[in-house]
Write a protein that binds this ligand. Structure first.
Ligand SMILES: [Ca+2]
Ligand SMILES: [Ca+2]
Length: 433
C-alpha cells in the first residue's frame, strides 16, 4: 500500500514530460531493500546461526554474499579457484536449526557441494558426489537432499536419488520413481495429511500435476506455457570422444514449498512467465518473465493466489523472508542492469507482501521512502519571496527631481513699469487765460 502511494506520488510529480515507466522505475528505486553491482543468479533465505534471524544469501558467479534484515551485505564465501558458481540453495538438512548450503559449481564438469557452517564461521565441505544436488521439501514433510548425475551428452542423466547425511558424509538412497524426462530441478512435492501431491515443471513449458502413485500419468496441465528457466548458463565441456562441446543449461528458479501466508496450508512460491531473452552478461543469460507467483494446490492443479507487479523484469530468485520486526515478506532478486560492456551489472532485492504480491516499503531504507514523500514543504519556501516586492517601491524619490525647472517662467513678466512714463504731458493746458 505504501509503495502504491509512492508510485502515485512519483507519477504525479513526473508530469507530462515523463512516461509511466520511469515513474515506476523511480518507485522501484525508493523501494529496493538492497542494490549491488553484481549479476546475482541465486537467492536463498535461511538461518546462519542457531536461533538466529533470517538472512538472505545472494550468489553470483564468483561469490556468496550474506544480507541481514537491515539490508547490509557482506561477502562470506568464494568458490574454489577455476570454478564458477552456477546455483546456490540452502536448507536445514540435519535439523540442527542452521541451514546447510547446496552449491553447484562448474569446473569443466558440474558438481554440487554441501557446505556446513562451522562454529568458527568457516565453511566445511560435507561431501561432493558427482553431478547435481538440491534440497527440497520431501513427500514426508522433511528437508530432503536429492541428486542426479550430470550427463556427458545432456545436462541431466539417470534417476533422481535421495541422499542422506550419515556420519559426516552423504549416502545415496533409492531412486525416486519419477519419469526420466524430469530433472531434479523440475519436481515439487507437497506433503498432505493423507499422502502427498507432485507438481512439475514440464519440458513443454506447462505446469503439471502427476499422480503420486504413478508419476508417469499427468493429472493436470496448465493452460499456458508459464514455466520459466530464466538463468541460462553457457558452458563448454568435453564429451566421451574428448570433443569440446558448447552447450547451455537453463535453470528454473528454485521453487519454495512453504506456508507463505501463515494459514496452515502449503503454497508453492515460484518464478513463472514468458521466456523472451532480455539480458545477457558474460556467459549467463537471464530471460524475461520474472513474475514471482504464489501458487496454491487446488482441487486439481495449481491456482494463482498472488503475483508480483514486476512484469517484464528479469527475476532470478524468490524466497520467503522474515524481517527482524517479525513481518513476513517475499524477497525477490531482479536484474535491473545487465550491461556487461562498459557499465557494471546491477541486481536489486525487493520485498513483497506475501498475500497480495505488492511491493512494500522497507524498514531498512526509511530515509529513501521519506525523501520521496516530503517534497510538500518545498512549496512553502517558494512563497516567502513576497517582501522583495516592497523593496521595489523605494526608487520613487527620483521622480521629484524632474519637477524643478518651473521657476524659469517668472523671469518673463518684468517689462510692465515702462507704461507709467506716458501720463505726464497734462500741465501744458493751464498756461492760456
Ligand atoms: Ca543444519
Ligand atoms: Ca498458506
Amino acid at each position: 500500500m505504501r509503495l502504491l502511494l509512492l508510485l502515485l506520488v512519483a507519477g504525479f510529480a513526473a508530469g507530462c514530460g515523463q512516461t509511466a515507466a520511469s515513474a515506476r522505475a523511480r518507485a522501484l528505486d525508493a523501494g529496493s531493500f538492497w542494490v549491488g553491482p553484481y549479476a546475482v543468479r541465486s537467492l536463498a533465505s535461511g538461518t546462519a546461526t542457531p536461533e538466529g534471524p533470517d538472512v538472505l544469501w545472494l550468489a553470483d558467479e564468483r561469490r556468496v554474499m550474506q544480507l541481514d534484515g537491515a539490508g547490509s551485505a557482506e561477502e562470506v564465501w568464494r568458490p574454489p579457484k577455476f570454478s564458477r558458481l552456477l546455483r546456490f540453495e540452502a536448507a536445514d538438512l540435519d535439523e540442527d536449526g542452521v541451514d546447510e548450503w547446496v552449491v553447484t559449481l562448474d569446473n569443466s564438469r558440474i558438481r554440487s557441494l554441501v557446505l556446513r557452517r562451522a562454529d568458527d564461521g568457516t565453511f566445511e565441505e560435507i561431501a561432493k558426489p558427482p553431478g547435481f544436488l538440491r534440497p527440497l521439501l520431501g513427500p514426508d514433510g522433511a528437508s530432503w537432499l536429492v541428486g542426479q548425475s550430470a550427463g556427458a551428452e545432456r545436462p541431466y542423466s539417470g534417476p533422481i536419488k535421495r541422499w542422506t547425511m550419515e556420519n559426516g558424509g552423504l549416502v545415496a538412497g533409492d531412486a525416486l520413481e519419477l519419469p526420466g524426462s524430469l530433472s531434479l530441478h523440475d519436481i515439487h512435492f507437497v506433503p498432505q495429511d493423507d499422502g502427498h501431491r507432485v507438481f512439475t515443471f514440464e519440458e513443454t513449458g506447462h505446469l503439471g500435476e502427476r499422480d503420486p502413485r504413478s508419476p508417469r500419468a499427468t493429472l493436470w496441465r496448465s493452460d499456458a506455457r508459464v514455466v520459466a528457466r530464466p538463468v541460462v548458463v553457457e558452458r563448454e565441456y568435453g564429451n566421451l570422444l574428448n570433443e569440446e562441446i558448447e552447450d547451455s543449461l537453463a535453470l528454473p528458479v528454485p521453487t519454495a514449498v512453504v506456508d507463505v501466508d501463515g494459514d496452515g496450508a502449503l503454497e508453492l512460491l515460484m518464478v513463472a512467465g514468458t521466456t523472451t531473452p532480455v539480458a545477457l552478461l558474460d556467459n549467463v543469460r537471464v530471460l524475461q518473465g520474472g513474475d514471482a507467483r504464489v501458487m496454491a494446490p487446488g482441487a486439481r492443479g495449481l491456482e494463482e493466489r498472488a503475483r508480483s507487479p514486476l512484469l517484464g523484469r528479469a527475476m532470478v530468485g524468490v524466497v520467503p523472508f522474515e524481517l527482524p520486526n517479525g513481518a513476513h515478506r517475499l524477497a525477490v532478486a531482479v536484474w535491473t542492469k545487465a550491461d556487461g560492456g562498459f557499465g557494471k551489472p546491477e541486481t536489486r532485492v525487493f520485498l513483497l507482501d506475501p498475500s497480495t504480491g505488492d511491493l512494500v516499503g522497507t524498514e531498512a531504507t526509511p530515509s529513501a521512502v521519506e525523501v520521496e514523500e516530503e517534497p510538500a514543504p518545498a512549496v512553502e519556501e517558494e512563497e516567502e519571496p513576497a517582501p522583495a516586492v516592497e523593496e521595489e517601491e523605494e526608487p520613487a524619490p527620483a521622480v521629484e527631481v524632474e519637477e524643478e525647472p518651473a521657476p524659469a517662467v517668472e523671469v518673463e513678466e518684468e517689462p510692465a513699469p515702462a507704461v507709467e512714463v506716458e501720463e505726464e504731458p497734462a500741465p501744458a493746458v493751464e498756461a492760456d487765460p
